[in-house]
Write a protein that binds this ligand. Structure first.
Ligand code: M6R
Length: 602
Protein backbone atom coordinates (compact mmCIF):
# COMPACT_ATOMS: atom_id res chain seq x y z
CA UNK A 1 0.00 0.00 0.00
CA UNK A 2 2.72 2.44 -1.14
CA UNK A 3 6.29 2.34 0.02
CA UNK A 4 8.37 5.30 1.07
CA UNK A 5 12.09 5.68 1.55
CA UNK A 6 14.38 8.59 2.39
CA UNK A 7 18.12 9.18 2.77
CA UNK A 8 20.41 11.85 4.14
CA UNK A 9 24.18 11.31 4.28
CA UNK A 10 27.23 11.48 2.10
CA UNK A 11 26.40 8.77 -0.48
CA UNK A 12 24.95 9.62 -3.85
CA UNK A 13 21.27 9.59 -2.98
CA UNK A 14 19.68 8.36 -6.23
CA UNK A 15 21.01 4.76 -6.10
CA UNK A 16 20.11 4.52 -2.39
CA UNK A 17 16.54 5.56 -3.14
CA UNK A 18 16.23 3.27 -6.15
CA UNK A 19 17.55 0.24 -4.24
CA UNK A 20 15.25 1.01 -1.36
CA UNK A 21 12.25 1.37 -3.65
CA UNK A 22 13.04 -1.93 -5.35
CA UNK A 23 12.83 -3.65 -1.98
CA UNK A 24 9.55 -1.88 -1.25
CA UNK A 25 8.00 -2.58 -4.62
CA UNK A 26 5.86 -5.35 -3.09
CA UNK A 27 3.90 -2.54 -1.40
CA UNK A 28 2.67 -1.07 -4.68
CA UNK A 29 3.84 -0.76 -8.25
CA UNK A 30 1.52 1.59 -10.13
CA UNK A 31 4.04 4.44 -10.36
CA UNK A 32 7.22 5.57 -8.68
CA UNK A 33 9.19 8.75 -8.11
CA UNK A 34 11.99 10.47 -6.27
CA UNK A 35 12.71 14.00 -5.04
CA UNK A 36 16.18 15.17 -4.17
CA UNK A 37 17.86 18.41 -3.25
CA UNK A 38 20.80 18.69 -5.62
CA UNK A 39 24.24 20.12 -5.02
CA UNK A 40 23.06 23.63 -5.95
CA UNK A 41 20.20 23.44 -3.44
CA UNK A 42 17.45 22.97 -6.02
CA UNK A 43 14.57 20.56 -5.67
CA UNK A 44 14.48 17.96 -8.45
CA UNK A 45 11.51 15.60 -8.86
CA UNK A 46 11.41 12.69 -11.29
CA UNK A 47 8.50 10.27 -11.70
CA UNK A 48 7.33 7.48 -13.98
CA UNK A 49 4.22 5.39 -14.37
CA UNK A 50 4.81 1.68 -13.74
CA UNK A 51 7.47 -0.10 -11.80
CA UNK A 52 10.82 0.96 -10.41
CA UNK A 53 12.49 -0.32 -13.59
CA UNK A 54 10.38 2.24 -15.52
CA UNK A 55 11.60 4.97 -13.18
CA UNK A 56 15.18 3.76 -13.62
CA UNK A 57 14.80 3.94 -17.42
CA UNK A 58 13.32 7.41 -17.08
CA UNK A 59 16.34 8.50 -15.01
CA UNK A 60 18.80 7.06 -17.49
CA UNK A 61 21.36 9.70 -18.59
CA UNK A 62 19.96 12.44 -16.33
CA UNK A 63 22.97 12.35 -13.99
CA UNK A 64 21.15 13.74 -10.96
CA UNK A 65 23.44 14.22 -7.98
CA UNK A 66 22.69 14.96 -4.35
CA UNK A 67 22.93 13.61 -0.82
CA UNK A 68 19.41 13.97 0.48
CA UNK A 69 16.17 12.72 -1.01
CA UNK A 70 12.92 10.79 -0.71
CA UNK A 71 11.28 8.16 -2.90
CA UNK A 72 7.89 6.50 -3.34
CA UNK A 73 6.32 3.48 -4.99
CA UNK A 74 2.56 3.82 -5.34
CA UNK A 75 -0.51 1.63 -4.98
CA UNK A 76 -3.16 3.93 -6.38
CA UNK A 77 -6.08 5.00 -4.18
CA UNK A 78 -7.03 8.58 -5.12
CA UNK A 79 -6.56 9.03 -8.84
CA UNK A 80 -5.33 6.58 -11.50
CA UNK A 81 -1.66 5.70 -12.03
CA UNK A 82 -0.43 8.74 -13.97
CA UNK A 83 2.71 10.85 -13.74
CA UNK A 84 0.65 13.69 -12.21
CA UNK A 85 -0.65 11.43 -9.46
CA UNK A 86 2.74 9.80 -8.80
CA UNK A 87 4.61 10.94 -5.70
CA UNK A 88 6.59 12.95 -4.63
CA UNK A 89 4.23 15.92 -4.59
CA UNK A 90 5.50 19.44 -4.20
CA UNK A 91 4.43 22.82 -2.91
CA UNK A 92 3.48 25.68 -5.25
CA UNK A 93 6.72 27.56 -4.47
CA UNK A 94 8.83 24.48 -5.28
CA UNK A 95 10.44 24.49 -1.84
CA UNK A 96 8.81 21.37 -0.40
CA UNK A 97 8.47 17.79 -1.65
CA UNK A 98 6.88 14.90 0.14
CA UNK A 99 5.99 11.23 -0.15
CA UNK A 100 3.01 9.69 1.58
CA UNK A 101 1.68 6.24 2.42
CA UNK A 102 -1.93 6.19 3.63
CA UNK A 103 -5.02 8.31 3.11
CA UNK A 104 -5.77 11.86 4.22
CA UNK A 105 -9.46 11.37 4.91
CA UNK A 106 -10.36 15.07 5.18
CA UNK A 107 -8.51 16.04 2.00
CA UNK A 108 -11.61 17.30 0.19
CA UNK A 109 -12.32 19.92 2.81
CA UNK A 110 -8.61 20.89 3.06
CA UNK A 111 -8.38 21.09 -0.72
CA UNK A 112 -11.42 23.37 -1.06
CA UNK A 113 -9.97 25.64 1.58
CA UNK A 114 -6.60 25.81 -0.19
CA UNK A 115 -8.26 26.41 -3.59
CA UNK A 116 -10.17 29.33 -2.08
CA UNK A 117 -6.78 30.75 -1.07
CA UNK A 118 -5.51 30.52 -4.65
CA UNK A 119 -3.71 27.15 -4.63
CA UNK A 120 -3.87 25.10 -7.81
CA UNK A 121 -3.75 21.32 -7.75
CA UNK A 122 -1.98 19.32 -10.39
CA UNK A 123 -3.03 15.84 -9.19
CA UNK A 124 -6.15 14.02 -8.05
CA UNK A 125 -4.42 12.68 -4.95
CA UNK A 126 -5.22 13.32 -1.33
CA UNK A 127 -1.48 13.76 -0.73
CA UNK A 128 -0.99 17.02 -2.59
CA UNK A 129 -2.93 18.92 0.10
CA UNK A 130 -0.14 18.22 2.60
CA UNK A 131 2.47 19.91 0.39
CA UNK A 132 0.31 23.01 -0.09
CA UNK A 133 -0.67 23.08 3.57
CA UNK A 134 2.99 23.16 4.61
CA UNK A 135 3.56 26.15 2.32
CA UNK A 136 0.41 27.86 3.59
CA UNK A 137 1.13 27.24 7.26
CA UNK A 138 4.90 27.92 7.13
CA UNK A 139 6.05 29.08 10.54
CA UNK A 140 9.79 29.63 11.18
CA UNK A 141 10.98 26.13 10.34
CA UNK A 142 9.90 22.79 8.91
CA UNK A 143 9.43 21.05 12.26
CA UNK A 144 7.23 23.77 13.70
CA UNK A 145 5.19 23.90 10.50
CA UNK A 146 4.74 20.14 10.24
CA UNK A 147 3.59 20.03 13.88
CA UNK A 148 0.89 22.54 12.95
CA UNK A 149 -0.08 20.72 9.77
CA UNK A 150 -0.22 17.27 11.45
CA UNK A 151 -2.98 18.53 13.74
CA UNK A 152 -5.12 19.35 10.70
CA UNK A 153 -4.80 15.94 9.02
CA UNK A 154 -7.29 13.13 9.57
CA UNK A 155 -6.71 9.55 8.46
CA UNK A 156 -3.72 7.26 8.35
CA UNK A 157 -0.37 8.29 6.98
CA UNK A 158 3.38 7.99 6.99
CA UNK A 159 5.01 10.99 5.35
CA UNK A 160 8.59 11.94 4.45
CA UNK A 161 9.28 15.61 3.68
CA UNK A 162 12.27 17.55 2.39
CA UNK A 163 12.58 21.32 1.91
CA UNK A 164 15.05 23.55 0.12
CA UNK A 165 14.64 25.95 3.05
CA UNK A 166 16.35 23.39 5.31
CA UNK A 167 18.25 21.25 2.85
CA UNK A 168 20.03 19.11 5.43
CA UNK A 169 17.03 17.35 6.95
CA UNK A 170 14.15 14.98 6.35
CA UNK A 171 11.07 15.44 8.49
CA UNK A 172 8.93 12.33 8.90
CA UNK A 173 5.56 11.94 10.55
CA UNK A 174 3.43 8.94 11.21
CA UNK A 175 -0.10 8.08 12.13
CA UNK A 176 -1.39 4.62 11.37
CA UNK A 177 0.94 3.69 8.49
CA UNK A 178 4.30 2.03 9.18
CA UNK A 179 7.56 3.96 9.24
CA UNK A 180 11.00 3.04 10.52
CA UNK A 181 14.13 5.16 10.83
CA UNK A 182 17.41 3.44 9.93
CA UNK A 183 20.38 4.70 11.93
CA UNK A 184 23.73 4.72 10.15
CA UNK A 185 27.09 6.39 10.80
CA UNK A 186 27.05 9.84 9.26
CA UNK A 187 23.87 8.85 7.41
CA UNK A 188 20.27 8.10 8.28
CA UNK A 189 17.25 6.66 6.50
CA UNK A 190 13.49 6.45 6.61
CA UNK A 191 11.52 3.55 5.14
CA UNK A 192 8.13 1.87 5.20
CA UNK A 193 9.84 -1.42 5.99
CA UNK A 194 13.20 -2.60 7.28
CA UNK A 195 14.46 -4.53 4.19
CA UNK A 196 14.44 -1.29 2.18
CA UNK A 197 17.62 -0.10 3.90
CA UNK A 198 18.96 -3.26 5.49
CA UNK A 199 22.01 -3.25 3.23
CA UNK A 200 23.18 -0.04 4.94
CA UNK A 201 22.25 -0.52 8.59
CA UNK A 202 20.76 -2.98 11.06
CA UNK A 203 19.86 -0.36 13.70
CA UNK A 204 16.33 0.95 13.63
CA UNK A 205 13.85 3.10 15.49
CA UNK A 206 10.12 2.62 14.95
CA UNK A 207 8.23 5.88 14.73
CA UNK A 208 4.96 5.59 16.65
CA UNK A 209 1.62 7.15 15.82
CA UNK A 210 1.46 10.93 16.25
CA UNK A 211 5.22 11.25 16.34
CA UNK A 212 7.43 13.43 14.18
CA UNK A 213 11.13 12.87 13.49
CA UNK A 214 13.72 15.36 12.32
CA UNK A 215 16.53 13.48 10.64
CA UNK A 216 19.90 14.87 9.53
CA UNK A 217 22.98 12.86 8.58
CA UNK A 218 24.24 12.95 12.18
CA UNK A 219 21.07 13.12 14.27
CA UNK A 220 17.57 11.75 14.75
CA UNK A 221 15.25 13.75 17.02
CA UNK A 222 11.77 12.51 17.79
CA UNK A 223 8.89 14.68 19.01
CA UNK A 224 5.32 14.06 20.01
CA UNK A 225 2.50 15.94 18.35
CA UNK A 226 2.84 18.72 20.96
CA UNK A 227 6.47 19.26 20.06
CA UNK A 228 7.92 17.64 23.18
CA UNK A 229 11.18 15.81 22.56
CA UNK A 230 11.07 12.04 23.21
CA UNK A 231 13.83 9.56 24.01
CA UNK A 232 13.98 6.44 21.87
CA UNK A 233 16.62 3.70 21.86
CA UNK A 234 17.32 1.98 18.53
CA UNK A 235 16.86 -1.77 18.24
CA UNK A 236 19.10 -4.10 16.25
CA UNK A 237 17.79 -6.41 13.56
CA UNK A 238 19.66 -9.70 13.22
CA UNK A 239 18.69 -10.39 9.61
CA UNK A 240 21.27 -10.25 6.91
CA UNK A 241 20.46 -8.79 3.54
CA UNK A 242 19.86 -12.23 1.98
CA UNK A 243 16.36 -12.12 3.53
CA UNK A 244 15.53 -9.48 0.96
CA UNK A 245 17.17 -11.32 -1.97
CA UNK A 246 15.83 -14.11 -4.17
CA UNK A 247 18.93 -16.23 -3.45
CA UNK A 248 18.86 -18.04 -6.79
CA UNK A 249 15.10 -18.59 -6.95
CA UNK A 250 13.24 -17.11 -9.90
CA UNK A 251 10.70 -15.46 -7.62
CA UNK A 252 10.34 -14.57 -3.95
CA UNK A 253 7.21 -16.69 -3.86
CA UNK A 254 9.13 -19.82 -4.83
CA UNK A 255 11.89 -19.03 -2.33
CA UNK A 256 9.30 -18.52 0.39
CA UNK A 257 7.51 -21.79 -0.44
CA UNK A 258 10.83 -23.59 -0.05
CA UNK A 259 11.66 -21.78 3.19
CA UNK A 260 8.75 -23.45 4.98
CA UNK A 261 10.70 -26.23 6.71
CA UNK A 262 12.84 -23.52 8.31
CA UNK A 263 10.10 -20.99 9.03
CA UNK A 264 8.08 -23.74 10.73
CA UNK A 265 11.06 -24.93 12.78
CA UNK A 266 11.75 -21.33 13.86
CA UNK A 267 8.09 -20.65 14.66
CA UNK A 268 7.72 -23.81 16.74
CA UNK A 269 10.86 -23.09 18.74
CA UNK A 270 9.95 -19.40 19.04
CA UNK A 271 6.58 -20.38 20.51
CA UNK A 272 8.01 -22.99 22.87
CA UNK A 273 10.58 -20.57 24.25
CA UNK A 274 7.88 -18.03 25.10
CA UNK A 275 5.45 -20.19 27.05
CA UNK A 276 5.36 -17.56 29.78
CA UNK A 277 3.22 -15.35 27.50
CA UNK A 278 0.66 -13.81 29.92
CA UNK A 279 -2.26 -14.73 27.65
CA UNK A 280 -2.07 -18.29 28.98
CA UNK A 281 -2.59 -17.21 32.59
CA UNK A 282 -5.66 -15.23 31.60
CA UNK A 283 -7.48 -17.69 29.35
CA UNK A 284 -10.04 -18.58 32.02
CA UNK A 285 -11.32 -14.99 31.95
CA UNK A 286 -12.78 -15.41 28.47
CA UNK A 287 -16.01 -17.11 27.51
CA UNK A 288 -15.86 -16.46 23.77
CA UNK A 289 -13.29 -15.78 21.13
CA UNK A 290 -13.58 -13.94 17.81
CA UNK A 291 -10.91 -14.54 15.21
CA UNK A 292 -10.63 -11.57 12.88
CA UNK A 293 -8.36 -11.38 9.85
CA UNK A 294 -8.27 -10.84 6.08
CA UNK A 295 -7.31 -12.92 3.06
CA UNK A 296 -4.92 -15.76 3.78
CA UNK A 297 -4.78 -14.88 7.48
CA UNK A 298 -8.58 -15.32 7.57
CA UNK A 299 -8.17 -18.82 6.14
CA UNK A 300 -5.65 -19.62 8.88
CA UNK A 301 -8.27 -18.42 11.36
CA UNK A 302 -10.84 -20.85 9.93
CA UNK A 303 -8.50 -23.75 10.65
CA UNK A 304 -7.67 -22.26 14.06
CA UNK A 305 -11.36 -22.40 15.02
CA UNK A 306 -11.27 -26.21 14.78
CA UNK A 307 -8.25 -26.46 17.05
CA UNK A 308 -9.33 -23.85 19.60
CA UNK A 309 -12.81 -25.31 20.02
CA UNK A 310 -11.40 -28.86 20.23
CA UNK A 311 -8.47 -28.29 22.61
CA UNK A 312 -9.26 -25.04 24.41
CA UNK A 313 -13.02 -25.55 24.54
CA UNK A 314 -13.94 -21.92 23.94
CA UNK A 315 -16.58 -21.12 21.29
CA UNK A 316 -15.03 -19.37 18.32
CA UNK A 317 -16.49 -17.13 15.64
CA UNK A 318 -14.25 -16.38 12.65
CA UNK A 319 -14.95 -13.27 10.67
CA UNK A 320 -13.47 -11.05 7.99
CA UNK A 321 -12.12 -8.04 9.89
CA UNK A 322 -13.78 -5.67 7.43
CA UNK A 323 -17.19 -7.23 8.15
CA UNK A 324 -16.71 -7.70 11.86
CA UNK A 325 -15.90 -4.04 12.42
CA UNK A 326 -19.27 -2.85 11.21
CA UNK A 327 -21.43 -5.43 12.93
CA UNK A 328 -22.74 -5.08 16.45
CA UNK A 329 -21.32 -8.26 17.95
CA UNK A 330 -21.78 -8.86 21.66
CA UNK A 331 -18.31 -7.91 22.85
CA UNK A 332 -17.41 -7.37 26.48
CA UNK A 333 -14.55 -7.91 28.90
CA UNK A 334 -15.04 -11.68 28.67
CA UNK A 335 -14.27 -11.59 24.95
CA UNK A 336 -10.88 -12.43 23.50
CA UNK A 337 -10.22 -11.08 20.03
CA UNK A 338 -7.61 -13.08 18.13
CA UNK A 339 -6.36 -10.85 15.33
CA UNK A 340 -4.19 -12.58 12.73
CA UNK A 341 -2.01 -10.56 10.37
CA UNK A 342 1.28 -11.23 8.63
CA UNK A 343 2.10 -7.55 8.30
CA UNK A 344 0.46 -6.30 11.46
CA UNK A 345 -0.48 -3.23 9.43
CA UNK A 346 -3.71 -4.31 7.72
CA UNK A 347 -6.12 -1.46 8.43
CA UNK A 348 -9.26 -3.63 8.51
CA UNK A 349 -7.78 -5.95 11.13
CA UNK A 350 -6.15 -3.25 13.25
CA UNK A 351 -9.18 -1.02 13.46
CA UNK A 352 -11.54 -3.91 14.21
CA UNK A 353 -9.22 -4.94 17.05
CA UNK A 354 -8.94 -1.40 18.43
CA UNK A 355 -12.73 -0.93 18.33
CA UNK A 356 -13.17 -4.17 20.30
CA UNK A 357 -10.68 -3.05 22.93
CA UNK A 358 -12.79 0.06 23.44
CA UNK A 359 -15.73 -2.24 24.26
CA UNK A 360 -13.70 -4.03 26.93
CA UNK A 361 -12.30 -7.00 24.96
CA UNK A 362 -8.66 -8.02 25.11
CA UNK A 363 -6.72 -8.50 21.89
CA UNK A 364 -4.28 -11.31 21.21
CA UNK A 365 -2.53 -10.98 17.87
CA UNK A 366 -0.58 -13.43 15.74
CA UNK A 367 1.82 -11.29 13.75
CA UNK A 368 4.93 -11.82 11.64
CA UNK A 369 6.39 -8.30 11.56
CA UNK A 370 7.96 -7.51 14.90
CA UNK A 371 7.13 -4.02 16.14
CA UNK A 372 4.26 -3.62 13.65
CA UNK A 373 1.27 -1.48 14.60
CA UNK A 374 -1.01 -4.40 15.51
CA UNK A 375 1.66 -6.02 17.68
CA UNK A 376 2.02 -2.78 19.64
CA UNK A 377 -1.71 -2.21 19.94
CA UNK A 378 -2.48 -5.74 21.19
CA UNK A 379 -2.73 -6.84 24.80
CA UNK A 380 -0.88 -10.08 23.98
CA UNK A 381 1.21 -11.08 20.96
CA UNK A 382 2.34 -14.39 19.50
CA UNK A 383 4.89 -14.03 16.73
CA UNK A 384 5.45 -16.18 13.67
CA UNK A 385 9.16 -16.38 12.96
CA UNK A 386 9.29 -16.28 9.19
CA UNK A 387 11.49 -13.24 8.51
CA UNK A 388 10.25 -10.91 5.79
CA UNK A 389 7.73 -12.29 3.29
CA UNK A 390 8.15 -10.36 0.06
CA UNK A 391 5.97 -12.20 -2.47
CA UNK A 392 2.51 -10.65 -2.45
CA UNK A 393 0.97 -14.12 -2.17
CA UNK A 394 1.29 -15.29 1.43
CA UNK A 395 2.86 -18.76 1.69
CA UNK A 396 5.33 -19.34 4.53
CA UNK A 397 3.44 -17.02 6.85
CA UNK A 398 0.22 -19.02 6.31
CA UNK A 399 1.76 -22.29 7.51
CA UNK A 400 3.48 -20.43 10.38
CA UNK A 401 0.13 -18.90 11.40
CA UNK A 402 -1.37 -22.40 11.35
CA UNK A 403 1.33 -23.85 13.56
CA UNK A 404 1.01 -20.93 15.99
CA UNK A 405 -2.76 -21.40 16.19
CA UNK A 406 -2.28 -25.11 16.79
CA UNK A 407 0.28 -24.49 19.54
CA UNK A 408 -1.91 -21.79 21.09
CA UNK A 409 -4.82 -24.24 21.20
CA UNK A 410 -2.93 -27.23 22.60
CA UNK A 411 -0.79 -25.30 25.09
CA UNK A 412 -3.84 -23.30 26.13
CA UNK A 413 -5.69 -26.62 26.48
CA UNK A 414 -2.91 -27.88 28.73
CA UNK A 415 -3.05 -24.75 30.88
CA UNK A 416 -6.84 -25.01 31.16
CA UNK A 417 -6.62 -28.68 32.10
CA UNK A 418 -8.31 -30.10 29.00
CA UNK A 419 -5.12 -31.71 27.72
CA UNK A 420 -2.74 -33.84 29.76
CA UNK A 421 1.02 -33.26 29.85
CA UNK A 422 1.42 -36.58 28.05
CA UNK A 423 -0.90 -35.55 25.22
CA UNK A 424 0.95 -32.26 24.96
CA UNK A 425 4.30 -34.08 24.67
CA UNK A 426 2.75 -36.30 22.02
CA UNK A 427 1.77 -33.22 19.98
CA UNK A 428 5.29 -31.85 20.44
CA UNK A 429 6.62 -35.03 18.92
CA UNK A 430 4.29 -34.68 15.90
CA UNK A 431 5.45 -31.09 15.51
CA UNK A 432 9.10 -32.06 15.65
CA UNK A 433 8.73 -34.26 12.56
CA UNK A 434 6.61 -31.78 10.64
CA UNK A 435 9.44 -29.77 8.99
CA UNK A 436 10.86 -33.01 7.54
CA UNK A 437 7.40 -33.92 6.20
CA UNK A 438 7.25 -30.51 4.53
CA UNK A 439 10.65 -31.11 2.94
CA UNK A 440 9.54 -34.49 1.61
CA UNK A 441 6.27 -33.09 0.24
CA UNK A 442 8.14 -30.36 -1.62
CA UNK A 443 9.89 -33.13 -3.56
CA UNK A 444 6.64 -33.47 -5.56
CA UNK A 445 7.44 -30.15 -7.20
CA UNK A 446 8.22 -31.63 -10.65
CA UNK A 447 4.98 -33.61 -10.75
CA UNK A 448 3.02 -30.51 -9.70
CA UNK A 449 4.80 -28.52 -12.39
CA UNK A 450 3.63 -31.07 -14.97
CA UNK A 451 0.05 -30.79 -13.72
CA UNK A 452 0.31 -27.00 -13.89
CA UNK A 453 1.56 -27.17 -17.45
CA UNK A 454 -1.30 -29.44 -18.47
CA UNK A 455 -4.07 -27.30 -16.97
CA UNK A 456 -2.62 -23.80 -17.39
CA UNK A 457 -5.21 -22.73 -19.95
CA UNK A 458 -8.28 -23.80 -18.04
CA UNK A 459 -10.72 -20.97 -17.24
CA UNK A 460 -12.16 -22.16 -13.92
CA UNK A 461 -10.98 -24.36 -11.06
CA UNK A 462 -12.84 -25.84 -8.12
CA UNK A 463 -11.09 -26.69 -4.85
CA UNK A 464 -12.84 -29.07 -2.45
CA UNK A 465 -12.01 -30.06 1.09
CA UNK A 466 -13.81 -31.06 4.27
CA UNK A 467 -13.36 -30.29 7.94
CA UNK A 468 -9.89 -28.98 8.73
CA UNK A 469 -9.13 -28.94 5.03
CA UNK A 470 -12.11 -26.93 3.87
CA UNK A 471 -10.05 -23.77 4.58
CA UNK A 472 -7.20 -25.41 2.62
CA UNK A 473 -9.56 -25.45 -0.38
CA UNK A 474 -10.35 -21.76 0.13
CA UNK A 475 -6.67 -20.88 0.41
CA UNK A 476 -5.76 -22.95 -2.67
CA UNK A 477 -8.40 -21.08 -4.67
CA UNK A 478 -7.22 -17.69 -3.38
CA UNK A 479 -3.61 -18.47 -4.34
CA UNK A 480 -4.63 -19.40 -7.87
CA UNK A 481 -6.87 -16.36 -8.34
CA UNK A 482 -4.46 -13.78 -7.08
CA UNK A 483 -1.39 -14.74 -9.07
CA UNK A 484 -2.75 -16.42 -12.23
CA UNK A 485 -6.04 -14.44 -12.55
CA UNK A 486 -7.88 -17.73 -13.20
CA UNK A 487 -11.32 -17.92 -11.64
CA UNK A 488 -11.28 -20.43 -8.79
CA UNK A 489 -13.64 -21.33 -5.99
CA UNK A 490 -13.04 -23.18 -2.78
CA UNK A 491 -15.96 -25.17 -1.40
CA UNK A 492 -16.71 -27.60 1.42
CA UNK A 493 -16.95 -30.88 -0.48
CA UNK A 494 -20.12 -31.98 1.36
CA UNK A 495 -21.90 -28.78 0.35
CA UNK A 496 -21.24 -29.25 -3.35
CA UNK A 497 -24.37 -31.34 -3.94
CA UNK A 498 -26.45 -28.38 -2.77
CA UNK A 499 -25.62 -26.31 -5.84
CA UNK A 500 -22.06 -26.03 -7.16
CA UNK A 501 -22.12 -29.56 -8.54
CA UNK A 502 -24.01 -28.00 -11.47
CA UNK A 503 -20.71 -26.45 -12.55
CA UNK A 504 -18.98 -29.75 -13.10
CA UNK A 505 -18.38 -31.11 -16.58
CA UNK A 506 -15.47 -32.64 -18.46
CA UNK A 507 -13.69 -29.25 -18.61
CA UNK A 508 -13.68 -28.52 -14.90
CA UNK A 509 -10.58 -29.46 -12.90
CA UNK A 510 -11.52 -30.15 -9.30
CA UNK A 511 -8.68 -30.12 -6.80
CA UNK A 512 -9.71 -32.51 -4.03
CA UNK A 513 -7.91 -32.42 -0.70
CA UNK A 514 -8.39 -35.88 0.74
CA UNK A 515 -6.27 -36.77 3.77
CA UNK A 516 -6.90 -40.17 5.28
CA UNK A 517 -8.68 -38.86 8.37
CA UNK A 518 -11.98 -39.67 10.08
CA UNK A 519 -13.99 -38.12 7.21
CA UNK A 520 -11.94 -39.70 4.42
CA UNK A 521 -14.80 -42.00 3.36
CA UNK A 522 -17.15 -39.03 3.02
CA UNK A 523 -14.59 -37.18 0.93
CA UNK A 524 -14.18 -40.26 -1.24
CA UNK A 525 -17.95 -40.24 -1.91
CA UNK A 526 -17.77 -36.56 -2.86
CA UNK A 527 -14.96 -37.34 -5.30
CA UNK A 528 -17.14 -40.12 -6.78
CA UNK A 529 -19.82 -37.49 -7.34
CA UNK A 530 -17.34 -35.29 -9.23
CA UNK A 531 -16.13 -38.20 -11.34
CA UNK A 532 -19.69 -39.30 -12.12
CA UNK A 533 -20.15 -35.90 -13.77
CA UNK A 534 -16.90 -36.27 -15.74
CA UNK A 535 -14.99 -33.67 -13.69
CA UNK A 536 -11.18 -33.78 -13.85
CA UNK A 537 -10.02 -34.93 -10.42
CA UNK A 538 -6.68 -33.62 -9.14
CA UNK A 539 -6.11 -35.21 -5.75
CA UNK A 540 -3.88 -34.17 -2.89
CA UNK A 541 -3.72 -36.99 -0.36
CA UNK A 542 -1.58 -38.95 2.07
CA UNK A 543 -3.52 -42.12 1.32
CA UNK A 544 -2.67 -45.18 -0.79
CA UNK A 545 -6.35 -46.05 -1.17
CA UNK A 546 -6.72 -47.81 -4.54
CA UNK A 547 -10.25 -46.51 -5.15
CA UNK A 548 -8.98 -42.94 -4.75
CA UNK A 549 -6.14 -43.64 -7.16
CA UNK A 550 -8.61 -44.96 -9.75
CA UNK A 551 -10.82 -41.89 -9.42
CA UNK A 552 -7.94 -39.42 -9.75
CA UNK A 553 -6.78 -38.03 -13.08
CA UNK A 554 -3.75 -36.61 -11.25
CA UNK A 555 -2.53 -37.45 -7.79
CA UNK A 556 -0.02 -35.77 -5.50
CA UNK A 557 1.02 -37.69 -2.40
CA UNK A 558 1.90 -35.58 0.60
CA UNK A 559 3.74 -36.98 3.62
CA UNK A 560 1.60 -38.52 6.32
CA UNK A 561 1.44 -36.40 9.47
CA UNK A 562 -0.94 -36.37 12.42
CA UNK A 563 -4.37 -35.73 10.85
CA UNK A 564 -4.73 -32.60 13.01
CA UNK A 565 -1.70 -31.13 11.24
CA UNK A 566 -2.73 -32.11 7.72
CA UNK A 567 -3.75 -28.56 6.60
CA UNK A 568 -0.12 -27.49 7.05
CA UNK A 569 1.15 -30.12 4.62
CA UNK A 570 -1.79 -30.13 2.20
CA UNK A 571 -1.45 -26.47 1.26
CA UNK A 572 2.07 -26.95 -0.18
CA UNK A 573 1.02 -28.62 -3.47
CA UNK A 574 -1.63 -25.93 -3.92
CA UNK A 575 0.93 -23.14 -3.43
CA UNK A 576 3.20 -24.80 -6.00
CA UNK A 577 0.32 -25.44 -8.42
CA UNK A 578 -0.72 -21.80 -8.47
CA UNK A 579 2.91 -20.69 -8.69
CA UNK A 580 3.63 -22.83 -11.75
CA UNK A 581 0.35 -22.07 -13.52
CA UNK A 582 1.02 -18.35 -13.07
CA UNK A 583 4.61 -18.63 -14.33
CA UNK A 584 3.54 -20.70 -17.37
CA UNK A 585 0.99 -17.99 -18.13
CA UNK A 586 3.74 -15.38 -17.87
CA UNK A 587 2.14 -13.56 -14.95
CA UNK A 588 4.04 -11.36 -12.54
CA UNK A 589 4.02 -13.80 -9.65
CA UNK A 590 5.58 -11.61 -6.97
CA UNK A 591 3.65 -8.50 -7.91
CA UNK A 592 0.25 -9.52 -9.26
CA UNK A 593 -1.91 -6.83 -10.80
CA UNK A 594 -4.06 -4.61 -8.57
CA UNK A 595 -2.64 -6.05 -5.34
CA UNK A 596 -0.25 -4.85 -2.68
CA UNK A 597 1.36 -6.83 0.09
CA UNK A 598 0.24 -4.61 2.92
CA UNK A 599 -3.22 -3.12 2.76
CA UNK A 600 -3.29 -0.06 4.98
CA UNK A 601 -6.59 1.34 3.72
CA UNK A 602 -10.10 0.16 4.60
O1 M6R B 1 -0.78 -8.80 6.43
P1 M6R B 1 -2.10 -9.53 6.56
O2 M6R B 1 -1.94 -10.95 6.93
O3 M6R B 1 -3.04 -8.82 7.49
O4 M6R B 1 -2.73 -9.48 5.12
C1 M6R B 1 -4.01 -9.99 4.89
C2 M6R B 1 -4.29 -10.13 3.40
O5 M6R B 1 -4.20 -8.89 2.77
C3 M6R B 1 -3.32 -11.12 2.74
O6 M6R B 1 -3.36 -12.37 3.35
C4 M6R B 1 -3.67 -11.27 1.25
O7 M6R B 1 -4.90 -11.90 1.10
C5 M6R B 1 -2.55 -12.04 0.53
N1 M6R B 1 -2.28 -11.44 -0.73
C6 M6R B 1 -2.90 -13.47 0.29
O8 M6R B 1 -1.90 -14.15 -0.41
Amino acid sequence: MCGIVGYVGSREVVPVLIHGLMRLEYRGYDSAGIAIIDETGNLIIEKAVGKIKDLTEHLWGKNIKGHIGIGHTRWATHGPPTVENAHPHKSRDNSIALVHNGIVENYVQLKEDLISKGYKFSSQTDTEVIAHLIEEEWDENLLKTVLKVAKKLKGAYAVGIISTKEPDKIVALRKGSPLVIGIGEGENFIASDIPAVLEYTNKFITLNDDEIAVITKDSVDIYNIDGEKLEREPFTVNWDISVAEKEGYKHFMLKEIHQQPKSLTDTISGFLSNLDNPVFDNLNKFNKLYIIACGTSFHAGLVGKFWIEKFLKIPVIVDYASEFRYRESPIDEKTLILAISQSGETADTRFAAIDSQKKGAKVLSIVNVVGSSLSRESDYVLYTYCGPEIGVAATKTYTAQLITLFLFAVYGGLKRGFISQREFEDFRHHLSILPKAIEETLKWEDKIKDIAYKYQNVKDFLFLGRGLNYPTALEGALKLKEISYIHAEGYPAGEMKHGPIALIDENMPVVCIAPEDEIFEKMLSNIQEVKARKGIVITVTDSDNSELEKLSDEIVKVEKVSSQLSPIVNILPLQLLSYYIATFLGKDVDQPRNLAKTVTVE
